[in-house]
Every structure is written in structure tokens, then in C-alpha cells.
Design a protein around this ligand. Structure first.
Ligand code: ASP
Ligand code: MG
Length: 437
């Protein structure tokens, strides 16, 4: 028998210091008698800091322990403001850090991504321990659940893919009984485990996805992501003017925009929710009484123009070496390798003898991919590009977006979406243009 449960997710910004954690507890008080699963991210920018520990360890530059100690101290400072000196949380957090110290005492593992996950996961582990202890201390009873006992992934480290059947079973076996105990369940975003019990991560910013996985497995009544913005906005307010909050959004709109770089929610979050028609609220932890945005299966809304910009794009222009057509067998060959590399393809286009592919420029994936197909294809890489996706566009807006940019690839998809891959016009050319006009 499933139970009525709601899932909340708090990201790093909502847990960045003692005041922020107290604010989270205040947000939770009105739900004291409800069944809540609370998914937390690492505190503040802890994941970025932990990534530098991994880099230092891999580089054997002797700095890994110092950086880790810095991170540990930041957590201790937060704890000093929240707990008495003899609180048992100190030992729990210390034990968690000791596990990373063990990793650092070994030689760097040859599989970088594996090593990354074993170290970086600690951010969520300690964050959840601290939040758990603090809620209990303030009278909000809660149970600590290790998300790795629930979320089973494959063994592609740093990008684990959820094994859904087993994860549902494990959620029913581990999480459901906990809902009978008093209080909330506190668990970690971002992390899972392989069948061999190695920790995996679900991809950067993956805690939203974790919350959606729990929502799906437990048939949640709804899910709420608490953010530092009032809800889902039509564009990034740091870059655009006249940005407005959307009160309601369909799953389809949300998935399209987040896939192409709207940073408000992790793109993988929507599917599990859509599959079970679980409404998703995006609300502000700064103004928790605000209405936020409701994402649901409503379809017949009309929307204002929305813009998502994904930077750090690389365009691969792939052409056959022997002037043969980029025809079916070439395309299927390329697609297989794209799948093998788990490339997120943001845009593609082909001509007779060439094929263009725009992907996120993460790590050295683009280079490794180019290397892999090098025997059959010539590949040209153009880096440092932006992908601009506009839904419900108006021509004037498109013209504004193109200003000062060179458009390398552009596509209109039916009447709702325009996508373009752009780079900045070099300064020297812009000067010439002004002189000519
Ligand atoms: N802590 C992880 C990250 O910063 C996961 C998350 O915050 O969603 O990427
Ligand atoms: Mg985050």
C-alpha cells in the first residue's frame, strides 16, 4: 500500500550557511504532520570544491588533503552555529569525511569518473546528516535515509542511469516502511549506487532528478523544488530584461526549455513526474508564501516568449573523407557512437557530404568522439559557442538575439521553436560594421 507523500528538494543555495538552514526548518514547520521526503543537495558550492579535491588527487600535486580540510572546516563552522559542541552530529560528519581521506590515501584510481563519484558524493552525505540532526534538534522528527540504498544505477560513473524496476522495488522496501515512523525522511540528492555498492552520481545538478525519482517510486502527491528565484522565469534575469515569472507551465514546455539550458530545473526531472502526472511546484525559499510556478499536464495554455541560453557548446562539422554521401549507413554508424559516448545532442543538420552536430562541451568528450571516428570522417571543431533556444518566438526578439552574433546553425521547429548556435562577432569586425554604416 502506498501512502500519501510529498517530496521537497532543497538545493545548495538554500543550505549555504546556518541562517539558510534555519530558514529551511522554518519552511518545514507547517508540514510537521505530513509525510515528507526531503531531498537535499550539498551545501553551497561544496560540490565545486570537492571537484577540486578530485583534480588535485588525480594530479598528485599534494594539495588534495588541504582542500578537503578546507571543505571540512566550512562544514564545521556551519555546525558550530547550529549545534552544541558535544552533539553527536560531529562524529557522524567526521566519519563521512574519513571515508574520503581513505580514498586520498590510496593512489589515484585509474578510472577518474569512478574516483570522482567516491569523493564528490560526500557533499550530499554530510549535508543530509547536518540537516537531519538540525531538524531533530529543533523538534522536527526525521529519519535519515541513504539514497544509495534506493537508487540503483548502471556503472557509468558521473552519469549513472537509473535502473527503474530495481529502484522502485528498493524504494518500496526501504523508504515506504520509514514513512510509518514519525516525522520526515531526509535523503541525499545526486547520488546512487551500482549493484556492487559503488557510489555513482547522476550528473551535475542532479538532485532535482533524485527528488523526481523518489516522487515516481512513492507515487507522490506532488513535488516542490525550493529555489532562490520566485519560480520558472521566461529567461535568465541576469542576462535579459522584462523577464516574467510563469504561473503555470506544461510538462512539455518545461522539458523543452530545461533540456536546452534553462537552468531552473535539471532536465531529467520532468519525465518521471509526467509519467505519473505528479505536479511539480517551483517555489522560492526566500519568499515561501509566494505562489511559484506549477508544472503539470495542463496543455492548452498560451505562453509568452521564453529564451534559454546554453553556453559552452561545441559544433562538430563531420564530413566524409572520400566525398561519399552522409547517407543512412553513415548516419547510423555515427548515431551508435553518439549513444556510446552519451553525447547530449542539442542540434544537428546534414548536407550531402557533411553532418553538423552541436553538443555540450564537457570534459574532452568532443575530442575523444572526433578521435573515434577519425578513420572515416574529417571533423572540425568550433568551440566556445552558445545555443539559444526560443519558444513562442517573435521576429523582433529573434533579431535582437542575433545582434552582435554570428549564427552558425539555425533551425525552426514547427511554429513554436527557433534554435540557433551562435558565436560573438569578433570585436574587429564589429568596428568595421559601424564605420561602414
Ligand atoms: N550537489 C550537486 C551539484 O552541485 C547536485 C545538485 O546540487 O543538484 O551538482
Ligand atoms: Mg543545485
Amino acid at each position: 500500500m502506498k501512502k500519501t507523500v510529498r517530496v521537497f528538494k532543497f538545493g545548495g543555495a538554500s543550505l549555504k550557511d546556518p541562517e539558510a538552514i534555519k530558514n529551511v526548518a522554518n519552511i518545514l514547520w507547517p508540514y510537521k504532520n505530513e509525510k515528507l521526503v526531503i531531498v537535499v543537495s550539498a551545501m553551497g558550492k561544496a560540490t565545486n570544491a570537492l571537484e577540486t579535491v578530485v583534480e588535485a588527487h588525480a594530479a598528485r600535486n599534494g594539495k588534495a588533503f588541504d582542500i578537503l580540510n578546507g571543505i571540512k572546516n566550512q562544514h564545521y563552522q556551519i555546525m558550530d552555529s547550529l549545534f552544541d559542541k558535544d552533539d553527536e552530529v560531529y562524529a557522524l560528519v567526521n566519519d563521512a569525511f574519513v571515508e574520503v581521506e581513505w580514498v586520498l590515501e590510496e593512489e589515484p584510481h585509474e578510472n577518474y569518473d569512478y574516483m570522482y563519484d567516491q569523493i564528490v558524493c560526500i557533499g550530499e552525505v554530510v549535508s543530509s546528516k547536518i540537516v537531519h540532526a538540525y531538524l531533530n534538534k529543533t523538534g522536527l522528527a526525521s529519519q535519515w535515509l541513504d539514497a544509495r540504498d534506493v537508487i540503483l544505477t548502471d556503472d557509468i560513473f558521473r552519469e549513472g542511469w537509473v535502473q527503474w524496476d530495481e529502484t522502485v522495488e528498493r524504494a518500496e522496501a526501504k523508504a515506504l516502511p520509514m514513512l510509518d515512523l514519525p516525522g520526515f525522511i531526509i535523503t541525499q540528492g545526486f547520488i546512487g549506487s551500482t549493484t556492487e555498492n559503488f557510489t555513482t552520481t547522476l550528473g551535475r545538478e542532479g538532485s532535482d532528478y533524485t527528488a523526481a525519482i523518489f516522487s515516481y517510486c512513492l507515487d507522490a502527491q506532488d513535488m516542490t523544488i525550493w529555489k532562490d528565484v520566485p519560480g520558472v522565469l521566461t529567461a535568465d534575469p541576469r542576462v535579459f530584461e522584462n523577464v516574467v515569472k510563469l504561473d503555470r507551465l506544461s510538462y512539455k514546455e518545461a522539458i523543452e526549455m530545461t533540456y536546452y539550458g534553462a537552468k531552473v530545473i535539471h532536465p531529467k526531472t520532468i519525465k518521471p513526474l509526467q509519467n505519473k502526472s505528479i505536479p511539480l511546484y517551483v517555489k522560492s525559499f526566500v519568499n515561501p508564501d509566494g505562489e511559484g510556478t506549477l508544472i503539470s499536464d495542463e496543455v492548452d495554455d498560451t505562453y509568452p516568449p521564453m529564451v534559454a541560453v546554453e553556453s559552452n557548446q561545441v559544433l562538430l562539422q563531420i564530413s566524409t573523407r572520400d566525398f561519399s554521401f552522409v547517407a543512412e549507413h553513415h548516419i547510423s554508424y555515427l548515431f551508435n557512437i553518439i549513444a556510446e559516448f552519451r553525447l547530449q545532442v542539442n542540434m544537428m543538420q546534414n548536407s550531402a557530404i557533411s553532418f553538423s552536430l552541436c553538443i555540450n562541451d564537457v570534459d574532452d568528450k568532443a575530442d575523444r568522439f572526433a578521435q573515434r571516428i577519425n578513420d572515416k570522417f574529417k571533423v572540425m571543431l568550433d568551440r566556445g559557442l552558445e545555443l539559444i533556444t526560443v519558444r513562442h518566438y517573435q521576429d523582433e526578439l529573434l533579431n535582437n538575439l542575433r545582434r552582435g552574433k554570428i549564427v552558425l546553425l539555425e533551425e525552426r521547429i514547427r511554429d513554436a521553436t527557433v534554435q540557433m548556435v551562435v558565436k560573438d562577432v569578433p570585436l574587429i569586425r564589429r568596428r568595421q560594421n559601424v564605420a561602414a554604416s
